[in-house]
Ligand binder design. Structure first.
Ligand code: ATP
Ligand code: MG
Length: 461
């Protein structure tokens, strides 16, 4: 482990180095921000420990520089007593952690170890993402770490958890993480309240006895029972019709579920996790959501902030998605150029993490080199485009299943992506090029190369 220690008080920096050395941490020293910058440009470090207040380029400026240039380095800030506000500000700017002087060197050692370990874990997660179960929350922003901390604490208690946040922020991921943390033997059972008509939803949730209604030829276990000993995830809970809200409340209170057409209840032991992108308080006020149920499910509340409020997560997420996508495409590991990272960190992602994931997939398919550049993400530019993306979200997702196949060559994947885009845009080349985020000329070349022209059709003057 190699650490860079920055402090204008040389004695302070040296004493940290001397404390770290017998613990197997090798440290370099810098005595001001500029010196630190130079060292960071020349060497690779696992972590940076920096004083906040220094003459010239101070710790905060150094932190900002690190976040711009090397988004992946964990930074631990040391602040003087009385500067705690600055330390909190540093956390907001993406510092990993902070300590207040005077501090216990052991505590610093612990924080550094944790930061480095965390980063290694993350890198290996990113590298091994392909085909991995989706129960890892990637991200190191204060907000995501706080979400993780609460999930770790609350999940094993069995308390009901309500997850809120905009579409695509990772609510379902959080629900899966929660199940993992609960350490329950039973399964994780997700169901989307918005995806079924009312009657089907009821029979899916509660199950039924033979003959309970026309068509009930056999008895069937409901999802409450399927989640026995595990976690039931009720997604888009605001969509639950009022009369089912009453029934759900009863299940929670009595810990028993009654199949349709049955008089006796079966005891169920499960954790309930719910999610919504609606404002439930408003739904309650409007009389669309029962207040008593609201209080029952709103025991532990987890709010996942939109991606634009935690841009420091973007490099990690992008790297992980890229590793996954290039793995799926059977392509050798691709890299994200610094300019691409900067570009993505500045974009506001109205569709949140899902939009980022789709953007990486698309850029990956269309780029030629081994490194994704800012220009590969040009299709994200402009609010109009962003809104179209958001509204057309289901399209890229269903297109994904059709486009990606293991074992297909990259050319084949690209050909299919272009063909699908052409068809979506009625062979209008300008629009197709725009959707794909490539120039018209590139599109024409690819059309020719793949033999995709169908006569002289809509080619514009
Ligand atoms: N922190 C994260 N780490 C890794 N992947 C993430 C993270 N957050 C979101 N994703 C990925 O982004 C996509 C959207 O996440 P998810 O389905 O959990 O969002 P959601 O909040 O449930 O969205 P919606 O409200 O539209 O259902 C998924 O493919 C998910 O794997
Ligand atoms: Mg969801």
């Amino acid at each position: 482990m190699r650490i860079l220690i920055v402090d204008d008080e040389a004695r302070m920096a040296e004493s940290i180095r001397d404390y770290f050395q017998p613990e197997g941490l090798e440290s370099d020293l810098a005595f001001n921000g500029l010196q630190a910058r130079r060292k960071l440009e020349e060497n690779a470090y696992d972590a940076l420990v920096s004083d906040l207040r220094m003459p010239g380029m101070d710790g905060m400026q150094l932190l900002r520089w690190v976040r711009e240039e090397g988004p992946d380095l964990p930074v631990i800030m040391i602040s003087a007593h009385g500067d705690i506000r600055d330390a909190v500000e540093a956390m907001r700017e993406g510092a990993y952690d902070y300590l207040v002087k005077p501090f216990d060197p052991d505590e610093l050692l612990l924080k550094v170890r944790k930061a480095v370990e965390n980063r290694r874990l993350r890198l290996s997660v990113a590298a091994g993402m392909a085909g991995k179960a989706k129960d890892e929350m990637i991200g190191e922003s204060l907000a995501i770490r706080e979400v993780d901390r609460i999930l770790a604490k609350a999940s094993p208690t069995g308390a009901t958890i309500l997850i809120t946040g905009e579409s695509g922020t990772g609510k379902e991921v959080a629900a899966r993480v929660s199940h993992r943390y609960s350490r329950r033997e039973g399964p994780f059972v997700p169901i989307n309240m918005g995806a079924f008509p009312e009657q089907l939803l009821e029979s899916e949730l509660f199950g039924y006895e033979k003959g309970a209604f026309t068509g009930a030829d056999n008895r069937k276990q409901g999802l409450f029972e399927s989640a026995q000993g595990g976690s039931l995830f009720l997604d888009e809970i605001a969509e639950l019709p009022l009369h089912l809200q009453v029934k759900l409340l009863r299940v929670i209170q009595e810990r028993k579920v009654q199949r349709l057409g049955s008089l006796k209840g079966t005891p169920v032991d499960l954790r309930l996790v719910t999610a919504t992108n609606r404002d439930l308080e408003k739904e309650v006020k409007a009389g669309r959501f029962r207040e008593d149920l609201y209080y029952r499910i709103n025991v532990i509340r987890i709010q996942i902030p939109p991606l634009r409020e935690r841009p420091e997560d973007i490099p990690l997420l992008a790297g992980a998605f890229l590793a996954r996508v290039s793995g799926t495409m059977g392509r050798k590991a691709m890299e994200l150029g610094d300019d691409a990272v900067r570009f993505l960190m500045r974009y506001d992602f109205p569709g949140n993490v899902r939009e980022l994931e789709n953007a990486i997939e698309r850029a990956c398919i269309l780029s030629d080199g081994d490194t994704l550049r800012a220009r590969d993400f040009e299709f994200l530019k402009g609010g109009k485009k962003a809104v179209q993306e958001r509204e057309g979200q289901h399209r890229p997702e269903s297109a994904k299943a059709e486009v990606y196949g293991i074992g297909e060559s990259l050319e084949e994947l690209e050909r299919k992506a272009i063909l699908a885009a052409l068809e979506r845009n009625a062979y209008h080349r300008e629009r197709t090029a725009e959707e794909l985020g490539i120039t018209r000329r590139t599109l024409l070349n690819k059309i020719k190369a793949y033999g995709l022209e169908t006569g002289s059709e809509t080619e514009q003057a």
